[in-house]
Write a protein that binds this ligand. Structure first.
Ligand code: G4P
Length: 189
Protein backbone atom coordinates (compact mmCIF):
# COMPACT_ATOMS: atom_id res chain seq x y z
CA UNK A 1 0.00 0.00 0.00
CA UNK A 2 1.99 2.92 -1.35
CA UNK A 3 0.45 5.76 0.67
CA UNK A 4 1.11 3.84 3.89
CA UNK A 5 4.73 3.19 2.90
CA UNK A 6 5.18 6.89 2.09
CA UNK A 7 3.86 7.86 5.52
CA UNK A 8 6.19 5.37 7.18
CA UNK A 9 9.16 6.81 5.30
CA UNK A 10 8.13 10.43 5.99
CA UNK A 11 7.09 10.15 9.64
CA UNK A 12 8.36 6.81 10.98
CA UNK A 13 11.47 6.66 13.14
CA UNK A 14 13.52 3.54 13.62
CA UNK A 15 14.32 3.62 17.35
CA UNK A 16 16.58 0.57 17.00
CA UNK A 17 17.05 -2.34 14.65
CA UNK A 18 13.72 -3.74 15.85
CA UNK A 19 11.37 -0.91 16.84
CA UNK A 20 9.64 1.48 14.47
CA UNK A 21 7.86 4.49 15.99
CA UNK A 22 4.78 5.60 14.06
CA UNK A 23 3.09 7.69 16.74
CA UNK A 24 2.01 10.47 14.39
CA UNK A 25 -0.58 8.42 12.45
CA UNK A 26 -1.10 4.96 14.01
CA UNK A 27 -0.14 4.48 17.68
CA UNK A 28 -0.84 7.84 19.30
CA UNK A 29 -2.06 10.38 16.79
CA UNK A 30 -4.46 8.55 14.45
CA UNK A 31 -4.98 9.60 10.83
CA UNK A 32 -8.60 8.62 10.29
CA UNK A 33 -8.41 9.14 6.52
CA UNK A 34 -5.43 6.77 6.31
CA UNK A 35 -7.30 4.27 8.53
CA UNK A 36 -10.25 4.47 6.11
CA UNK A 37 -7.94 3.75 3.16
CA UNK A 38 -6.43 0.83 5.08
CA UNK A 39 -9.99 -0.52 5.49
CA UNK A 40 -10.43 -0.31 1.71
CA UNK A 41 -7.36 -2.47 1.15
CA UNK A 42 -8.39 -5.12 3.71
CA UNK A 43 -11.90 -5.22 2.25
CA UNK A 44 -10.57 -5.65 -1.28
CA UNK A 45 -8.33 -8.55 -0.23
CA UNK A 46 -10.74 -10.38 2.08
CA UNK A 47 -14.11 -9.62 0.45
CA UNK A 48 -14.58 -13.15 -1.01
CA UNK A 49 -13.24 -15.09 1.98
CA UNK A 50 -16.63 -15.62 3.68
CA UNK A 51 -15.62 -13.59 6.72
CA UNK A 52 -18.39 -13.28 9.37
CA UNK A 53 -16.68 -11.11 12.05
CA UNK A 54 -13.54 -9.05 12.48
CA UNK A 55 -11.46 -9.29 15.64
CA UNK A 56 -8.70 -7.02 16.84
CA UNK A 57 -6.56 -6.63 19.96
CA UNK A 58 -6.70 -3.49 22.04
CA UNK A 59 -5.62 -0.80 21.59
CA UNK A 60 -3.85 0.31 18.41
CA UNK A 61 -5.58 -2.32 16.28
CA UNK A 62 -8.95 -0.70 16.92
CA UNK A 63 -8.76 2.24 14.49
CA UNK A 64 -7.90 0.32 11.29
CA UNK A 65 -10.33 -2.45 12.31
CA UNK A 66 -13.30 -0.12 12.81
CA UNK A 67 -12.76 1.24 9.31
CA UNK A 68 -12.51 -2.25 7.84
CA UNK A 69 -15.59 -3.50 9.69
CA UNK A 70 -17.57 -0.49 8.52
CA UNK A 71 -16.62 -1.05 4.89
CA UNK A 72 -17.16 -4.82 5.00
CA UNK A 73 -20.41 -4.28 6.94
CA UNK A 74 -19.39 -6.89 9.51
CA UNK A 75 -19.48 -7.02 13.33
CA UNK A 76 -16.24 -6.18 15.12
CA UNK A 77 -14.96 -7.49 18.45
CA UNK A 78 -12.00 -6.14 20.44
CA UNK A 79 -10.03 -8.78 22.34
CA UNK A 80 -9.16 -7.44 25.78
CA UNK A 81 -5.86 -7.60 27.59
CA UNK A 82 -6.58 -8.46 31.23
CA UNK A 83 -3.87 -8.52 33.83
CA UNK A 84 -5.19 -11.68 35.51
CA UNK A 85 -7.34 -14.74 34.86
CA UNK A 86 -11.11 -14.44 35.11
CA UNK A 87 -12.35 -17.45 37.02
CA UNK A 88 -15.75 -18.06 35.51
CA UNK A 89 -16.89 -19.95 32.47
CA UNK A 90 -18.06 -16.94 30.49
CA UNK A 91 -14.79 -16.17 28.72
CA UNK A 92 -12.03 -17.74 26.70
CA UNK A 93 -8.57 -16.67 27.89
CA UNK A 94 -5.00 -17.32 26.84
CA UNK A 95 -1.69 -15.98 28.11
CA UNK A 96 0.28 -13.86 25.61
CA UNK A 97 3.90 -12.89 26.09
CA UNK A 98 5.03 -9.61 24.55
CA UNK A 99 8.73 -9.70 23.69
CA UNK A 100 8.67 -5.99 22.80
CA UNK A 101 7.21 -5.02 26.19
CA UNK A 102 8.71 -7.87 28.22
CA UNK A 103 5.41 -8.70 29.94
CA UNK A 104 2.47 -11.11 29.83
CA UNK A 105 -1.26 -10.49 29.65
CA UNK A 106 -4.42 -12.59 29.49
CA UNK A 107 -6.04 -12.14 26.08
CA UNK A 108 -9.75 -12.37 26.78
CA UNK A 109 -12.87 -13.01 24.67
CA UNK A 110 -16.40 -13.26 26.02
CA UNK A 111 -18.15 -16.44 24.80
CA UNK A 112 -21.08 -14.19 23.77
CA UNK A 113 -19.16 -12.80 20.82
CA UNK A 114 -18.15 -15.97 18.98
CA UNK A 115 -19.82 -19.13 17.71
CA UNK A 116 -18.49 -22.22 15.94
CA UNK A 117 -20.00 -21.00 12.65
CA UNK A 118 -17.79 -17.89 12.62
CA UNK A 119 -15.01 -17.33 10.10
CA UNK A 120 -12.92 -14.58 11.60
CA UNK A 121 -10.57 -12.00 10.16
CA UNK A 122 -8.02 -10.82 12.75
CA UNK A 123 -6.56 -7.35 12.19
CA UNK A 124 -3.68 -5.79 14.12
CA UNK A 125 -1.40 -2.79 13.76
CA UNK A 126 1.97 -4.57 14.03
CA UNK A 127 3.19 -8.09 13.42
CA UNK A 128 6.48 -8.72 15.21
CA UNK A 129 6.94 -12.07 16.95
CA UNK A 130 3.38 -13.12 16.21
CA UNK A 131 2.49 -13.68 19.87
CA UNK A 132 -0.64 -11.52 19.82
CA UNK A 133 -1.89 -13.03 16.55
CA UNK A 134 -1.24 -16.56 17.82
CA UNK A 135 -3.12 -15.74 21.02
CA UNK A 136 -6.12 -14.52 19.02
CA UNK A 137 -5.96 -17.69 16.90
CA UNK A 138 -5.95 -19.88 20.03
CA UNK A 139 -9.11 -18.18 21.34
CA UNK A 140 -10.91 -18.46 17.99
CA UNK A 141 -10.01 -22.11 17.54
CA UNK A 142 -10.87 -22.96 21.15
CA UNK A 143 -14.36 -21.66 20.38
CA UNK A 144 -14.53 -24.02 17.40
CA UNK A 145 -14.55 -21.14 14.90
CA UNK A 146 -12.30 -20.64 11.85
CA UNK A 147 -9.56 -18.09 11.22
CA UNK A 148 -10.34 -16.66 7.77
CA UNK A 149 -7.30 -14.39 7.61
CA UNK A 150 -4.81 -12.19 9.43
CA UNK A 151 -4.65 -8.57 8.24
CA UNK A 152 -1.63 -6.57 9.39
CA UNK A 153 -0.94 -2.87 8.91
CA UNK A 154 2.85 -3.00 9.43
CA UNK A 155 4.74 -6.28 9.35
CA UNK A 156 8.35 -6.47 10.49
CA UNK A 157 9.25 -9.32 8.18
CA UNK A 158 12.68 -9.81 9.77
CA UNK A 159 11.02 -10.93 13.02
CA UNK A 160 9.55 -14.45 13.31
CA UNK A 161 5.77 -13.75 13.30
CA UNK A 162 5.18 -13.84 9.56
CA UNK A 163 7.07 -17.06 8.99
CA UNK A 164 5.30 -18.78 11.91
CA UNK A 165 1.83 -17.82 10.64
CA UNK A 166 2.72 -18.79 7.04
CA UNK A 167 4.03 -22.13 8.22
CA UNK A 168 0.76 -22.81 10.05
CA UNK A 169 -1.13 -22.06 6.82
CA UNK A 170 -2.95 -18.84 7.76
CA UNK A 171 -3.76 -16.30 5.06
CA UNK A 172 -1.68 -13.28 6.15
CA UNK A 173 -2.03 -10.01 4.24
CA UNK A 174 0.24 -7.14 5.35
CA UNK A 175 -0.05 -3.64 3.92
CA UNK A 176 3.58 -2.69 4.55
CA UNK A 177 6.35 -5.26 4.95
CA UNK A 178 9.57 -4.01 6.50
CA UNK A 179 12.69 -5.97 5.67
CA UNK A 180 15.22 -3.91 7.59
CA UNK A 181 15.31 -1.27 10.32
CA UNK A 182 18.27 0.62 11.71
CA UNK A 183 19.42 4.13 12.60
CA UNK A 184 18.02 6.20 9.70
CA UNK A 185 17.14 3.03 7.77
CA UNK A 186 13.65 1.82 6.91
CA UNK A 187 13.59 -0.67 4.06
CA UNK A 188 10.57 -2.49 2.61
CA UNK A 189 10.62 -5.91 1.01
P1 G4P B 1 3.85 -9.76 18.66
O1 G4P B 1 2.46 -9.75 19.19
O2 G4P B 1 3.89 -9.76 17.15
O3 G4P B 1 4.67 -10.87 19.25
O4 G4P B 1 4.52 -8.42 19.07
P2 G4P B 1 5.04 -7.95 20.49
O5 G4P B 1 4.35 -8.72 21.55
O6 G4P B 1 6.50 -7.97 20.42
O7 G4P B 1 4.47 -6.47 20.51
C1 G4P B 1 3.97 -5.93 21.67
C2 G4P B 1 3.36 -4.60 21.41
O8 G4P B 1 4.32 -3.76 20.76
C3 G4P B 1 2.16 -4.57 20.53
O9 G4P B 1 1.41 -3.47 20.93
C4 G4P B 1 2.73 -4.30 19.14
O10 G4P B 1 1.78 -3.72 18.31
C5 G4P B 1 3.81 -3.33 19.49
N1 G4P B 1 4.93 -3.33 18.58
C6 G4P B 1 5.73 -4.35 18.23
N2 G4P B 1 6.72 -3.92 17.44
C7 G4P B 1 6.50 -2.59 17.28
C8 G4P B 1 7.19 -1.58 16.56
O11 G4P B 1 8.21 -1.80 15.90
N3 G4P B 1 6.67 -0.33 16.63
C9 G4P B 1 5.56 -0.03 17.35
N4 G4P B 1 5.15 1.23 17.34
N5 G4P B 1 4.89 -0.96 18.06
C10 G4P B 1 5.37 -2.22 18.00
P3 G4P B 1 0.44 -3.58 22.15
O12 G4P B 1 1.12 -4.00 23.39
O13 G4P B 1 -0.64 -4.51 21.70
O14 G4P B 1 -0.02 -2.15 22.40
P4 G4P B 1 -1.05 -1.23 21.71
O15 G4P B 1 -0.23 -0.17 21.06
O16 G4P B 1 -1.86 -1.98 20.69
O17 G4P B 1 -1.87 -0.78 22.84
Amino acid sequence: MDILKERILQEGRALSETVLKVDSFLNHGVDARLMYDIGTYFKEYYKNHGITKIFTIESSGIAPTVMTAMQMELPMVTLKKQSSKILNGDVYQTTVHSFTKGSDYELTLSKKYISPEDNILVIDDFLANGEAALGAIRLIEEAGAKVGGIGIVIEKSFQPGRAILDEKGYDVYSLARIGKLGKGIIEFI
